[in-house]
Design a protein around this ligand. Structure first.
Ligand SMILES: [Zn+2]
Length: 259
């Protein structure tokens, strides 16, 4: 709430002129009810009515979506995968979010976001995940897992080590890419997207991960063949992501105007 209020103040926007607020939140989201259905990383978030809590404070329409979906939408409309027919987006941070866009439409089902790619099982005997299952992708590929595997002091040090192609960091990326590929073969065979957008907070990490994935897919293609399949690396761009969140408001407003 304070972040929203601070942003309005910094931008000099009068709260009374707000058309609405668009929010991209981690976790599985019920976009109709405005509820975070599942987010195991923060205790108490499961079932949290985030939309209504924000609406109470600002008294305007609030539109909630999953953060990977918002990033996917913004990159499809304004960014690195603009106008592609179908895009699978993977967003790697503390966990791994996913979103799928086809012909401009974000995939949701039962008014809930899907593609919680981070909880795809990579190894049923693997390490315990926060979700309670074992060997989920995010136990191998989160920023923290990569930092740990590379022996870096913190995530920023890990990003620098990746950019400098230090051997421990390169090995950690390689290992994580192998885990990602296990999940990705399933996703490619299911969705056959024209582009796969790999988003991290580091340009070097996105690029190195994409290089490994691209090389491996060309050496060992999935069963489903594609006429076009681009692996697109991208560093998270908060400005473009913000446009995506704002679009949740505009899309709803203009849909209502159009009737
Ligand atoms: Zn999990």
């Amino acid at each position: 709430m304070d972040l929203i209020a601070d942003a309005l103040e910094a931008a000099g926007v009068d709260e009374n002129l707000l058309l609405g607020i668009g929010v991209g939140t981690p976790g599985m989201v019920d976009i109709r009810d405005g509820v975070v259905v599942r987010y195991p990383r923060i205790p108490g978030m499961d079932g949290y009515p985030l939309r209504d809590e924000i609406r109470k404070r600002f008294n305007v329409p609030v539109h909630l979506h999953n953060n990977a979906a918002v990033i996917a939408l913004s990159e499809y409309r304004y960014g690195s995968v603009r106008g592609r027919q179908s895009v699978l987006t993977l967003v790697l941070r503390t966990g791994i979010g996913g979103a799928f866009i086809q012909d401009g439409t974000l995939f949701v089902n039962q008014h809930r976001t899907a593609l919680e790619v981070g909880h795809t099982t990579v190894d049923p005997e693997g390490p315990r995940c926060r979700c309670g299952r074992r060997g989920c992708l995010e136990t191998y590929l989160s920023e923290e897992a990569l930092r740990r595997d590379a022996g870096a002091a913190d995530v920023d040090a890990f990003f620098s080590a990746v950019a400098a192609d230090e051997p421990a960091a390169t090995a950690a990326v390689r290992g994580a890419a192998d885990a990602l590929l296990v999940a990705l073969y399933g996703l490619l065979n299911s969705l056959n997207p024209e582009a796969v957008l790999i988003v991290t907070r580091s340009e070097a990490l996105s690029s190195r991960l994409s290089d490994v994935v691209r090389a491996e897919l060309s050496r060992r293609p999935p069963f489903v063949t594609a006429t076009k399949r681009d692996i697109v690396p991208h560093a998270y761009d908060p400005v473009i992501a913000g446009q995506g969140a704002a679009d949740l408001v505009f899309d709803s407003f203009f849909a209502a105007v159009a009737g």
